[in-house]
Write a protein that binds this ligand. Structure first.
Ligand SMILES: *[C@@H]1O[C@H](CO)[C@@H](O)[C@H](O)[C@H]1NC(C)=O
Ligand SMILES: *[C@@H]1O[C@H](CO)[C@@H](O)[C@H](O)[C@H]1NC(C)=O
Ligand SMILES: *[C@@H]1O[C@H](CO)[C@@H](O)[C@H](O)[C@H]1NC(C)=O
Ligand SMILES: *[C@@H]1O[C@H](CO)[C@@H](O)[C@H](O)[C@H]1NC(C)=O
Ligand SMILES: *[C@@H]1O[C@H](CO)[C@@H](O)[C@H](O)[C@H]1NC(C)=O
Ligand SMILES: *[C@@H]1O[C@H](CO)[C@@H](O)[C@H](O)[C@H]1NC(C)=O
Ligand SMILES: *[C@@H]1O[C@H](CO)[C@@H](O)[C@H](O)[C@H]1NC(C)=O
Ligand SMILES: *[C@@H]1O[C@H](CO)[C@@H](O)[C@H](O)[C@H]1NC(C)=O
Ligand SMILES: *[C@@H]1O[C@H](CO)[C@@H](O)[C@H](O)[C@H]1NC(C)=O
Length: 796
């Protein structure tokens, strides 16, 4: 497409023969994927069985405070085994619909002798028994029941193995419940007297959005002879009743209700439950289950999942020379997490009729635009283009691109309209497969031009002020659309950057006057820069002058301490979507001062030039003002590149990895956010980090001797090969480089590196060098000219 191969720095070089990456053998990559990474301590990663982007996600649910992904590996109790989950999210847990729960036998052999409500039935598990791998999750309950599970696209398969050393008449219940107990009126369930098949549905609320959603299920059982079945309400059950419609009731907690099947004792004491899922109907859930897992073959279902994961992880291999399995597991587990969410609900969208794909669980784009979607652009472009088509189709039918979306509902907007970045990033990297880019452009342009009535859910707020004053004022006056009137600084910064990415698309689509317009509005961030603003830490002047500040409608400066909402702020100020929250979202002015991804050159000038800029960026990291556990920190690790100090970016990367990212359940510094952290880790360790919306990957020394990436689009293989690689990471500074055999001094490459299969050789050493430090070596900025100018500037 427009950008591919048109950079001036891509000289017409013939590839040098030979293959420097011969040390990379192929190997079974799934041995290095541990789905339990980040499943305790707030990582909130989904630990269970799923296929890539699958709708069925089977896992044990716990009553942990950190049960957003269902299972938390922290010793909390099991409340059930459910089939729908998100991964890595904060806030309220989402989904967790339709938990099953098994008993070996009921007390006194009476159905009322089993405990039905979640709060009473929950039970502990044997910690050492927890096993998880791609497509598989299993554990032993303290009751002696061994439970393991696997999944197909819309169907979970649970295998319950009951103890054989006690009398048994197993009972399995299905609860019309979810993780956050949001069930509304009127949940229904029916159990078939002869087969035990359970069908039904219920309405629930999304975890970080507006509206409601209705999932349907179809549960079948195999392996035991049915003794009887029926329904339960609260703590009482009956075999005489087969159908139930249940109210939420009034006590702020949905009245427990569901159905059960009881079995005769059987010789191998194994019963499997197959749960089909749909957002359309129970019939469709049954059809999917019958088609996807027709014969209840656990091994076959699991093997199919393994094959899918193996295929998804095929494009990338790193050299294992000198590298231990902990480093490899850190890396590949991060990659694995980028393909759990979003979820492919194509054919399951009840909201509109369309032949386009439908994906859900964008949770949230504010997190995932930074590295997750750029990662998929390289490694899974076919899925990425289907995801983009889904975003564009969502705008076509609902009017607006989402900034966050889950469970068929609109999610809350955290700042800008970051779908603009997601679309533009793929556009500048030449992703085209079936995408209507004119429709994509119309969708992002609407974000910039029209204010939605509820901009808490989509689009942008304050556009009247934005257009008249060219910034978002603190205490804005807005009677057109409504949302929380906070975050004026971070919204100004995000809208500016979003407009830059729209300009990128406009350039590529030959919409020259639009491009000029949005390149201009992309500079509005400068209006909130107050040159004489100081910052004090513990009463001592930090010595830096010039920070963003809030500004009122009348042009008068407001005031926010630049450290408010930073990682070291102890003021207790609200920093999220509360009505009384700060003018920066989930982060401080100190951190947001670096958020001009598209015009670092202008920012560096404003902050006093490259060395002052580096001093400031060091201060941000060294004083712990930023925290790598939240996404705004990501790009700050690499922004030294823009000041001609790429070596310091490598050093920062090694400061954070593995100190803050290690392959253990507690090994993530914050919510994984649907793979946002996973992709940050993967791209940092492979040594090429994106600045999204631009055809730019910032180069640092990889954490491996070499990296090999085969583009699924072109079949070409790109390699990053190091010379003097040191497994103890003493030699982390690039001394010199070649690209396809020619000397290369720029500190970045473009996407054609991957699609053309180029070869980057990096000679490493112990000290920072002059490599990548010259004015012509810097990554591009909107405002700069000369060799580091963005392609589009030259094109016009
Ligand atoms: C593996 O790394 C060592 C240095 O750590 C190097 O001497 C050796 O050549 C490398 N082996 C291969 C096959 O590249
Ligand atoms: C889990 O249960 C199975 C079946 O009873 C048993 O063979 C296995 O040893 C148990 N595992 C652990 C770690 O307790
Ligand atoms: C729930 O079902 C009851 C009983 O059939 C009915 O009266 C009521 O209108 C239903 N409520 C909703 C919200 O559908
Ligand atoms: C599972 O299936 C695979 C592939 O069909 C086969 O190689 C393996 O032996 C099977 N394992 C079991 C336990 O049946
Ligand atoms: C934009 O214009 C250039 C030069 O005229 C042309 O080569 C290119 O195909 C056009 N692109 C689109 C998307 O129309
Ligand atoms: C600031 O004060 C806090 C609380 O007294 C202390 O923990 C922190 O180390 C101080 N930081 C600096 C840079 O002085
Ligand atoms: C501008 O508005 C702010 C907030 O209402 C007020 O505090 C300030 O005095 C006003 N400035 C001028 C010059 O009127
Ligand atoms: C693996 O290697 C990394 C980097 O050299 C090191 O920090 C870590 O301690 C090693 N881990 C193990 C388990 O040896
Ligand atoms: C690296 O720099 C240190 C001083 O910072 C110096 O002592 C050392 O000799 C340098 N090493 C090389 C290989 O240049």
């Amino acid at each position: 497409m427009f950008y591919r191969g048109s950079f001036a720095f891509i000289l017409a070089l013939s590839r040098i023969g030979g293959c420097a990456n011969s040390s990379i053998d192929d190997y079974d990559v799934l041995q290095y994927v541990d789905p339990l990474v980040g499943t305790a301590n707030g990582g909130n990663v989904f630990a269970g069985a799923t296929i890539p982007y699958g709708m069925a996600k089977a896992v044990a649910d716990t009553d942990s405070e950190n049960n957003q992904g269902g299972f938390a590996y922290d010793g909390s109790s099991i409340t059930g085994f459910s089939s729908m989950h998100d991964s890595g999210t904060g806030g309220q847990p989402s989904l967790g619909n339709f938990p099953l729960f098994p008993y070996t036998t009921c007390k006194d052999d009476e159905v009322d002798g089993c405990a039905y409500p979640k709060k009473q039935r929950k039970t502990s598990y044997v910690s050492e028994s927890v096993k998880s791998s791609p497509g598989y999750f299993g554990l032993n309950m303290s009751s002696g029941i061994q439970v393991d599970m696997t999944a197909a696209h819309h169907t979970s398969l649970f295998r319950f193995q009951f103890p054989t050393d006690m009398p048994s008449s197993p009972l399995i219940l299905l609860d019309l419940s979810d993780l956050s107990d949001t069930r509304q009126d009127n949940g229904t369930i029916s159990v078939d007297v002869t087969t035990g098949r359970m069908t039904g549905h219920a309405k629930f609320l999304p975890s970080f959005g507006s509206g409601s959603y209705v999932p349907y299920f179809c549960a079948d059982f195999q392996g035991g002879d049915i003794r009887d079945n029926g329904i339960f309400v609260d703590a009482r059950a009956s075999t005489d009743v087969k159908d139930l419609t249940i109210s939420r009731s009034i006590n702020g907690y949905p009245l427990p209700g569901g159905a059960f099947v009881r079995f005769h004792s059987s010789s191998d004491n194994t019963i499997q439950a197959r749960v089909g899922l749909s957002f359309i109907s129970s019939e469709q859930a049954c059809e999917s289950a019958e088609a996807e897992i027709p014969d209840f073959d656990f091994n076959k279902t699991y093997t199919a999942a393994v094959d899918l994961w193996t295929e998804k992880l095929a494009p990338i291999r790193v050299s294992r020379n000198g590298t231990n399995s902990s480093t490899l597991t850190n890396f590949y587990s991060g990659i694995y997490r980028t393909m759990i969410n979003p979820q492919d609900y194509t054919g399951e969208n009840p909201l509109w009729d369309s032949s386009e794909p439908y994906f859900d669980s964008f949770y949230c784009l504010w997190d995932s635009f930074r590295s997750q979607f750029p990662f998929l652009t390289i490694f899974d472009p076919a899925s990425l283009s289907r995801i983009l088509r889904s975003l564009i189709d969502t705008q076509r039918h609902l009017g607006w691109l989402p900034d966050c979306r889950m469970s068929l509902c609109k999610g809350y907007t955290q700042g800008g309209s970051n779908a603009d970045v997601v679309l533009a990033d793929a556009f500048v990297k030449g992703i085209s497969d079936g995408i209507d880019w004119e429709a994509g452009y119309a969708a992002v342009q609407r974000d910039a031009e029209e204010e939605p009535f509820d901009w808490s859910n989509e689009g942008r707020g304050g556009l009247m002020s934005w257009k008249a004053l060219n910034y978002i004022p603190v205490e804005d006056f807005d009677y057109i659309g409504f949302g929380t009137l906070t975050r004026s600084i971070s919204r100004t910064l995000e809208y500016s950057y979003n407009d830059f990415t729209i300009a990128q698309m406009a350039r590529g689509l030959n919409k020259t006057s639009d491009a000029e317009k949005y390149e201009n509005t992309a500079q509005y961030w400068e209006h909130l820069f107050r040159v004489d603003q100081t910052s004090f830490l513990n009463g001592t002047d930090t010595g830096f002058k010039g920070f963003f500040q809030p500004k009122y409608l009348n042009g008068t400066w407001g005031n926010q301490d630049p450290l408010t909402c930073s990682n070291i702020d102890t003021s207790g100020k609200s920093c999220s979507l509360q009505n009384n929250a700060a003018e920066t979202f989930e982060s401080s002015i100190w951190e947001y001062q670096f958020f001009v991804p598209h015009d670092m050159a202008t920012l560096i000038n404003l902050l006093g030039g490259p060395s002052e800029f580096v001093r400031r960026l060091d201060y941000l990291h060294d004083q712990g003002i930023t925290y790598i556990g939240n996404e705004p920190a990501f790009l700050t690790v690499f922004q030294y590149h823009y000041a001609g100090r790429p070596g310091k970016s490598t050093a920062r990367a090694h400061f954070y990895v593995p100190r803050y990212f290690n392959p253990t359940p507690t090994g993530l510094p914050g919510n994984d956010d649907s793979g946002a952290m996973g992709s940050f880790l993967a791209m940092t360790m492979m040594g090429l980090f994106p600045n999204p919306g631009q055809n730019v990957y910032l180069i640092i020394a990889p954490f491996f001797e070499s990296v090999r990436i085969t583009s699924p689009l072109t079949g070409e293989t790109a390699t990053v090969q190091t010379v003097n690689f040191d497994p103890n990471y003493q030699n982390i500074y690039i001394q010199s480089a070649t690209l396809d055999g020619e000397p290369y001094t720029k500190s970045y490459v473009g996407h054609e590196f991957f699609t053309k299969g180029q070869e980057l050789v990096l000679v490493l050493g112990r000290n920072e060098s002059t490599w990548g430090t010259g004015p012509d070596d810097l990554p591009p900025s909107l405002s700069t000219n000369g060799d580091s100018t963005l392609n589009f500037r030259r094109d016009g």
